[in-house]
Design a protein around this ligand. Structure first.
Ligand SMILES: Nc1ncnc2c1ncn2[C@@H]1O[C@H](COP(=O)(O)OP(=O)(O)OP(=O)(O)O)[C@@H](O)[C@H]1O
Ligand SMILES: [Mg+2]
Length: 253
């Protein structure tokens, strides 16, 4: 068998309390993502979705107490956020909500330079890439001149996230739709944006962390996982999401 793109191996995570592990939140999570696969991870309130998202981001508030994360065969458990990003992991929620006075275009240029390890990336090159992607994602060109996240609507934030993903050309995209007060349009933006990016990068893996089944009406996952109380209690095809829609999480408790 080939090396998986991404692997979560018996992951146990605790909240850090003064640097020491507090209560355990994730209690042995396993997940294998092959190139090109879309995985949806779903769970009720308090099941550990945000904890997992934060752990994948390498947020120091969360400690891995057992198990490992592997990306393209390498053990990345102890890697910091920027190293993970540079290696080709895209974490949609890694950037601050609002960066005062930084236009979208400059931000993208910095992020791209960091990802590619090039100091003086041509401004023209970035500009062309940004224009091309904004067109494909049906974004207004003036958007690139706005300040990052300042006054962005929910849908604009999502478009901006997908734009970042497209420009950064990751091998694995981790999208956290958990805290979405997202309306159906914003969900469609994410779904169609992911599909557009996958046209160019069919090998890109996607992990979509979500509370809601409805985004899966627009983005068909290869695998669906149900997370309850820090454990994946069931995995299957898209039919799992349909069962969830019908019966709720209750039928797994
Ligand atoms: N920093 C923290 N300090 C204390 N407890 C925490 C912390 N982070 C998470 N927890 C606890 O871990 C459990 C899982 O929380 P988490 O936020 O991961 O759930 P979730 O699946 O994202 O829920 P929701 O759907 O409500 O966003 C909860 O009981 C929560 O209170
Ligand atoms: Mg959450």
């Amino acid at each position: 068998m080939t090396t998986p793109l991404f692997q979560i191996d018996d992951l146990h995570v605790a909240v850090a309390e003064d640097g020491a592990p507090g209560p355990e939140i994730l209690k042995g999570v396993d997940l294998v993502v092959q190139p090109g696969e879309i995985h949806a991870l779903m769970g009720p309130n308090g099941s550990g979705k945000s904890t997992l998202a934060n752990t994948l981001l390498a947020n120091p508030e969360y400690l891995v107490t057992q198990g490992a994360l592997r990306f393209k065969g390498e053990d990345i458990t102890l890697w910091e956020t920027d190293v993970r990003a540079k290696a080709g992991m895209f974490l949609a929620f890694q950037y601050p909500q609002e960066i005062a006075g930084v236009p979208v275009r400059s931000f993208l240029q910095q992020a791209l330079a960091a990802r590619k390890g090039i100091d003086d990336l041509s401004a023209l090159e970035t500009r062309l890439a940004v224009m091309d992607w904004m067109n494909r994602l049906q974004m207004d060109p003036s958007f690139a001149d706005r300040y990052l996240n300042e006054g962005f609507s929910g849908g604009e934030k999502k478009r901006n996230e997908i734009l970042q993903m497209a420009i950064l050309e990751p091998d694995l995209a981790i999208l956290d739709e958990t805290d979405s007060g997202l309306d159906i349009d914003a969900l469609r933006v994410v779904a169609s944006g992911v599909q557009e990016v996958r046209k160019d990068r069919p090998e890109m893996g996607v992990v979509l962390i979500t509370h809601y089944q409805r985004i899966l009406d627009h983005l068909t996952p290869d695998r669906v996982h149900i997370l309850i109380d820090g454990r994946i209690v069931d995995s299957g095809g898209p039919e799992l999401a349909e069962r969830l829609e019908k019966d709720g999480f209750e039928s797994w408790r």
